[in-house]
Design a protein around this ligand. Structure first.
Ligand code: ATP
Length: 365
């Protein structure tokens, strides 16, 4: 059982630089929480405050109802996995995994059982006698996970644990960490700047920017209802397209281009007094269509665009184009007939569009 409460957690480094500001989050037992955001947004600093490796400037950290601000790292019952694995090079895999238990004077037999069990879970049984340098990156990362598992800690903290692995191995380890979490149920906080990792692994995401939480929610909620332009653009690949334009009585106006807005959305925009104002329209690449029947069904929201680049991705094609100088991407079913410099019709599915305030960049509804 491990529940964490972070209340107005704030970190200010020496020169008055605020790395994390008023971070509020209640993490439930068995959750897999992912902190995600661009470099420097404060993910690692928050994790290090939870681990006790960084002093908390302000706010309260509670684990299972107990205030932990002043508790030493070793007494927090937390196991941490780092990006660089931090394995002891001169120790074998077995010794690396056993080390923290030996330090705690755990009986030898118990250590053996724990290490063997972790090795079994992680598929490391045949490597126990090897030194880290004789392992692949993925195997080393598994040893680092093994070290966390043997400790039976009640919380796992993972800081970009997969970022040193190649793309294929990353996908594999992503699945392994998820399986491990399902099996052990240990409350986990995982830091990454990779939105795909965040989307696929998290029970809940915490999207951060400049030390401030932008949104907390399930991957689906955050994807479907991003709080602001930043979250919309950060979560999803290829990223959401944005167009800054004006609203008239019924349409979104971008220079000489007019895009019809569905009745239900228009009513909401009217209620919130956005008619006649500037807004930002967000539309995901997969909500832009090129098929004949889709064009026919979206007559009021079809645009003509010249293709700059067509990327064949296997099962789908990414079309890079622009509208009145604003670049955008359409993600369509695989279509090798579309070539650069072709001028084609593209339908915007406005039922799936997102509307943001042009000044605050916050979601309107
Ligand atoms: P990355 O993905 O690059 O690791 P991050 O989101 O984990 O980034 P942090 O490492 O938490 O970001 O850093 C947050 C901010 O705090 C940054 O602006 C960083 O420069 C600053 N910072 C981090 N450590 C220190 C330190 N020891 N002293 C002063 N400033 C620091």
């Amino acid at each position: 059982m491990a529940e964490l409460k972070l209340v107005n957690l704030t970190k200010e480094y020496d020169k008055g630089a605020v790395a994390v500001k008023d971070f509020n989050l209640h993490i439930l037992d068995k959750e897999f929480i992912v902190f995600v955001g661009p470099s420097g947004c404060g993910k690692t600093t928050t994790l290090r405050m939870i681990a006790g490796l960084e002093d908390i400037t302000d706010g309260v950290l509670e684990i299972d109802g107990k205030k932990m601000n002043e508790v030493a790292p070793k007494n927090r019952d937390i196991a941490m996995v780092f990006q660089n694995y931090a394995l002891y090079p001169h120790k074998t895999v077995y010794e690396n995994m056993a080390f923290s238990l030996q330090m705690r004077k755990v009986p030898k037999k118990e250590i053996q059982e724990k290490v063997n069990e972790a090795a079994k879970i992680l598929g490391l049984e045949e490597y126990l006698k090897r030194k880290p340098k004789a392992l692949s990156g993925g195997q080393r990362q598994r040893v680092a996970l093994g070290r966390a598992i043997v400790r039976d800690a009640k919380i796992f903290l993972m800081d970009e644990p997969l970022s040193n692995l190649d793309a294929k191995l990353r996908v594999q380890m992503r699945a392994e960490i998820q399986k491990l979490h399902r099996r052990l149920g240990t409350t986990t906080i995982y830091v990454t700047h990779d939105q795909t990792e965040a989307m696929t692994m998290a029970t809940r995401l915490v999207v951060m920017k400049d030390g401030v939480i932008q949104q907390v929610g399930t991957p689906k909620d955050v994807y479907d209802y991003p709080n602001n332009v930043f979250v919309g653009g950060f979560i999803g690949s290829p990223a959401m397209n944005f167009f800054k334009g004006k609203l008239n009585e019924t349409e979104f106006v971008l220079g000489d281009i007019r895009i019809q807005i569905p009745e239900n959305k228009l009513t909401l925009l009217q209620e919130k007094r956005y008619i006649g104002k500037e807004i930002i329209l967000g539309i995901r690449p997969e909500n832009i269509y090129s098929k004949f029947e889709d064009i026919a069904n979206h007559k009021g929201s079809t645009v003509t665009a010249q293709i700059e680049v067509a990327e064949l991705m296997g099962a789908e094609t990414y079309l890079y184009t622009n509208l009145n100088g604003t670049d955008f991407i359409a993600r369509i079913d695989v279509d090798s007939s579309v070539k650069p410099l072709d001028t084609i019709q593209l339908a915007f599915d406005m039922e799936k569009a997102h509307f943001f305030d042009a000044n605050s960049e916050n979601r309107i509804f």
